[in-house]
Design a binder for this molecule. Structure first.
Ligand SMILES: Nc1ncnc2c1ncn2[C@@H]1O[C@H](COP(=O)(O)OP(=O)(O)OP(=O)(O)O)[C@@H](O)[C@H]1O
Length: 232
C-alpha cells in the first residue's frame, strides 16, 4: 500500500481544553488514487493533510508513505520528504507577489531534486504565454493554475490540495478540477482534495468523510465520472 495511516492521533491543547483533531485514524490509499476528504469545519481535514505532508507530526500511531514511517524519521529527513515528495495547493494560491509567473515556479524547482522543466509545467497548466505576468495581473483561476504548476514542477508523488477551488467561480473551479485530473493521469500523482463541496467527490476514486477527528465514511467511488461532468 502506498500510504498507510495506523491508529494516528493528533491532539491540540488550548489552555485547559484538549482537542482531538484526529482520533485513532486508520486509512490506506493506493498510488495514483484521487481522494476527496469531506467533513464539517474543525473535523480534522487540514490536520490530516498536514500530517501526510510532513508539515506536522502525529502524537502517536504510524504514517507510512511507501517504506518511510514519518513518525520515526528525524526533522531533517521529514523536511527532505516534504521537499521531494509533496506538492501543496491552497485555497488562496500563496504566490509571491513580486515574482512573475515563471519565477514563482522557479522557487519550487530550485529546492527540488526531481524538478521537471518549468516550460513543460507552465504549458501543462496553459500559462506559458503569461510567464512574465505578475500574480496581481492574473485572475483567480490563473493564479491557481500557477500554484498548481509550482507544486507540479517538483514532480511530487503526492499532491495535497486544501480547498483548491474554494475561492473560484464555477467555470474556473471546473478548469482546476480538469487540470488535477489531467495531472493524475499523466504523472500518476496521488491527489488529496479537501473540500466542502460534496459534488467534487464524484470525480474521486475514494471518498473519505471526517467528523470530530474520526473517519465516518471511507468508500471507493464506484460511480466515478470525469471531472468534466462534475456539476453543482
Ligand atoms: N495549531 C492548532 N492549535 C490548536 N488547535 C488546533 C490547531 N490546528 C487545528 N486545531 C484544532 O483541531 C481541530 C481540527 O482542525 P482542522 O483545521 O484540521 O479542521 P478542518 O476540518 O480542516 O476545518 P476547516 O474546514 O474549518 O478548515 C479543530 O478543532 C481545530 O480548532
Amino acid at each position: 500500500m502506498f500510504i498507510q495511516l495506523k491508529n494516528v492521533n493528533k491532539k491540540y491543547t488550548n489552555g485547559k481544553n484538549v482537542i482531538f483533531s484526529l482520533n485513532n485514524l486508520n486509512l490506506e490509499v493506493k498510488k495514483g488514487e484521487i481522494v476527496t476528504v469531506l467533513g464539517p469545519s474543525g473535523s480534522g481535514k487540514s490536520t490530516l493533510l498536514n500530517l501526510i505532508g510532513g508539515i506536522d507530526r502525529a502524537d502517536n500511531g504510524d504514517i507510512v508513505i511507501e517504506n518511510t514511517n514519518l513518525t520515526k524519521i528525524s526533522d531533517k529527513e521529514l523536511t527532505k520528504y516534504r521537499r521531494d515528495k509533496i506538492g501543496f495547493i491552497f485555497q488562496f494560491y500563496n504566490l509571491i507577489p513580486n515574482l512573475n509567473v515563471y519565477e514563482n515556479v522557479e522557487v519550487s524547482t530550485n529546492i527540488s531534486k526531481n524538478a521537471i522543466s518549468i516550460e513543460k509545467v507552465l504549458k501543462d497548466v496553459d500559462m506559458f504565454d503569461k510567464k512574465e505576468k505578475f500574480p496581481q495581473e492574473l485572475s483567480g483561476g490563473e493564479q491557481q493554475r500557477v500554484s498548481i504548476a509550482r507544486a507540479l514542477a517538483k514532480n511530487p508523488e503526492i499532491l495535497l490540495c486544501d480547498e483548491p477551488t474554494g475561492a473560484l467561480d464555477y467555470k474556473n473551479a471546473k478548469e482546476i478540477l480538469n487540470l488535477l485530473e489531467k495531472i493524475n493521469k499523466e504523472y500518476n500523482t496521488t491527489i488529496f482534495i479537501v473540500t466542502h463541496n460534496n459534488a467534487i467527490s464524484s470525480m474521486a476514486d475514494r471518498i473519505v468523510r471526517l467528523r470530530s477527528g474520526e473517519i465516518v465514511e471511507d468508500k471507493i467511488n464506484t460511480a466515478k465520472i470525469p471531472a468534466e461532468g462534475v456539476e453543482w
